[in-house]
Design a protein around this ligand. Sequence first.
Ligand code: HEC
Length: 220
Amino acid sequence: MDGSKQTSINPFMMYLYRKFSLLIIVFAVALLGAGCYNSTTGDTEVHGIAKFKLPVLPKTGSHKVMVFSEMHYQPRFDSQDPPRILPPPDSVPISGAQNRYESLEEYVLLEAPAEVVTGYDKDTAAELYRVNCQVCHGSSMQGDGPIGSFITRGARPADLTADATRDASDGELFAFISEGGRQGYALVEAGQVSTSPMPAFKMLLTESDRWTLVKYLRGQ
Ligand code: HEC
């Protein structure tokens, strides 16, 4: 027998298939529709003609299974988008409860505690800055850290070598570091939630670490 005959499809069958394929599908669906399906076990029977299992539909939970769940429509934050997600306001830091200051006037007058002044070590301070601040404020402190280009909304990381920072008192810098930058601080003092991209470091660093950073920003 020659090979071409074995593989060729009968043109008449092709004609039938083309003509009636829709009909065949409709018939199969109708058969299935008339059969019974147990959604807990998956057992399906089509009028004694066929018995088979279909996937089981879960009955628990408050949502239907979404086959095409579109992540696009879920609540989301863009990269570096405020609000910052921080620990709840009443969390007790591992270093113990800390002093609360109500206004910038109270902060302005603060000075670094004696143990930070005497125990100041520039390498430790540089490491604190490198780990916590450099990503935004940059190794030059001019606000040119690598994350800057990803902050698409809100304030840009401040240039910490600029006059505004240099003219601020130690206590003010402590306030800005603690509450999430100058703008962050202003919003918190006004009783609002900080929308500054800078995190409130009072939740993340101990008081003495923050004072160490104040001294570091002073170039000490
Ligand atoms: C996620 C980015 C980010 C990180 C990390 C970050 N900052 Fe900032 N910082 C900012 C932005 C943005 C501003 C400007 C907006 C503002 O002042 O609220 C700012 C402002 C400041 C200011 C106020 C400057 C001025 O004079 O107005 C100080 C001081 C400061 N940062 C210090 C620090 C220190 C110290 C660290 C590390 C412990 C740090 N920042 C970490 C983004 C960041």
